[in-house]
Design a protein around this ligand. Structure first.
Ligand code: FE
Ligand code: FE
Length: 167
């Protein structure tokens, strides 16, 4: 009994962490889209911004399932990752390496989200919260797809440009 209560507390705290993170990401993605040079990369960031809006909504639904108020808790990890992305935007402004740097920064964000959603989904399964599992899994899939799309973009156009091999 005590064990189950502990996992539910952990679940709730981690939910607050990713809720804070998603709302920060929602604000960061338009800046990344604005900064990106390649039209395809710009479009990828814009598309994921729209998806992120849904991620926030899904988390609100998970809070509801728990019978808790949707509430964020400062996540220094995502603050740091986003700060590094802002540094890339500043330090590599108007350079051939900018897009490669933005992709790297964005993939750090996606990987952070993937670890959080992976954990939350597993815990929701253990707690028997099937509706929460579905919601968390839907977002997890979108994060993974975004990560793959960014890798494909980097391979297709960005990294070579950063190396100075293509126009
Ligand atoms: Fe997300
Ligand atoms: Fe994401």
């Amino acid at each position: 009994m005590a064990k189950e209560k502990m996992l539910e507390d952990l679940f709730h705290d981690t939910l607050k962490d990713i809720y804070y993170a998603e709302r920060k990401i929602l604000k960061a993605l338009p800046k990344m889209a604005k900064g990106a040079q390649a039209p395809d990369l710009k479009a990828a960031f814009e598309k994921h911004r729209d998806e992120t809006e849904q991620h926030v909504e899904r988390l609100q639904e998970v809070f509801e399932i728990l019978g808790k108020r949707a509430q964020g808790k400062t996540c220094p990890a995502i603050d740091g990752i986003i700060e590094e992305g802002e540094e890339v935007l500043e330090d590599y402004k108007s350079t051939a390496a900018l897009d490669a740097g933005l992709i790297a920064a964005a993939q750090a964000v996606e990987h952070y989200e993937i670890t959080r959603y992976g954990t939350l989904k597993r815990w929701a399964e253990l707690m028997g919260k099937k509706d929460a599992v579905k919601l968390l899994d839907a977002t997890l899939n979108e994060e993974a797809k975004t990560d793959d799309a960014l890798t494909a973009l980097a391979d297709a156009l960005v990294n070579e440009k950063a190396l100075g091999k293509a126009a």
